[in-house]
Write a protein that binds this ligand. Structure first.
Ligand code: SAM
Length: 283
């Protein structure tokens, strides 16, 4: 029996499925995850969903400081008891999606890492939040469903290439660190998982003239996957056909191209053409 399973059994904790409570229990795996996250003694970590602290302990032994955010108030006394003596650990009880993260993390040394075996019911909104909350992040190392990992790791034209993959590649350089079968969790979830490490780039992968326009164009391009980019831009940005066609050809692309085929630099070229067009219309 593992230490984690023992502690869960002794505390008579009942898993809350609705909070994505699938705990890791294998000490060797936990050590490998903490290592793969690439945290050093001089660096701080924000952990989301520490559960009963199994990964937290390993993070504390590698990092300068670990701040964990846990929603389930029943876990607070268990965590505090398990982390006794770890003076580089602190805990905030609350919902990561509702807390003011810049405020909560203000004492962490920047840039800091996010490391988490995240609750899967908030996977996409949480990644989006982390990418847009304006936090000084060095990397995100996240356990996600295998299917989400494929989306995070996808490149242009590949199956998972979509708004989430574009956003991740824009800010980070994602890589698969470890495949983690469902049996590594207690209770085992219905899907296999993967640990994906996403170090932040020193600057975004491309430099569109207007970042908001860039992400609007990306959203537009993927909103109608089966249509050509011209049709998707017409429908989503409410452009006349000639204007949408001019954005596409102006970016050096074929009129028949579909949005899902574009690379980051091609999205930036279309977005720059759209920014110029938009400004011209405003004057
Ligand atoms: N880190 C532990 C591990 O690896 O064994 C537990 C991971 S478990 C998949 C996800 C944890 O996130 C649970 O402890 C759950 O209570 C917590 N959680 C769920 N929703 C949350 C939220 N919105 N904010 C913060 N924590 C949350």
């Amino acid at each position: 029996m593992s230490k984690t399973k023992d502690r869960i059994r002794e505390s008579q904790l009942r898993y809350r499925h609705e909070l994505g409570q699938n705990f890791l229990y294998d000490e060797a795996l936990l050590a490998r995850l903490a290592e793969a996250a690439g945290v050093t003694r001089e660096e701080d970590v924000l952990e989301i969903g520490p559960g009963v602290g199994s990964l937290t302990r390993h993070l504390c032994s590698r990092a300068r400081r670990v701040l964990s955010i846990e929603l389930d108030e029943r876990l607070v006394p268990l965590l505090q008891a398990y982390m006794t003596g770890q003076d580089n650990f602190s805990l905030v009880q609350g919902d990561v999606m509702k807390l003011n993260l810049p405020e909560v993390t203000r004492d962490l040394k920047a840039p800091f890492h996010v490391v988490a075996n995240i609750p899967y019911y908030i996977t996409t909104p949480l990644i989006q939040l982390l990418l847009t909350a304006g936090l000084p992040l060095k990397s995100m190392a996240l356990m996600v469903q295998r299917e989400v990992a494929e989306k995070l790791l996808a490149g242009p034209g590949q199956e998972g290439w979509g708004p989430l993959a574009v956003r991740c590649r824009y800010f980070t350089e994602p890589r698969l660190a470890l495949d983690v079968p469902a049996a590594c969790f207690t209770p085992p979830p219905k899907v296999d998982s993967a640990f994906v490490v996403m170090p932040f780039r020193a600057e975004p992968a491309v430099h569109p003239a207007d970042e908001a326009d860039f992400f609007r164009v990306v959203g537009a391009a993927f909103s109608l996957r089966r249509k050509t980019l011209v049709n998707a831009l017409m429908a989503t940005l409410r452009l006349p056909r000639e204007a949408a066609a001019a954005l596409v050809t102006g970016a050096g692309l074929d009129l028949r191209v579909r949005g899902e085929q574009l690379s980051l630099s091609e999205f930036a070229a279309v977005s720059d053409a759209w920014t110029a067009y938009r400004k011209e219309q405003e004057t």
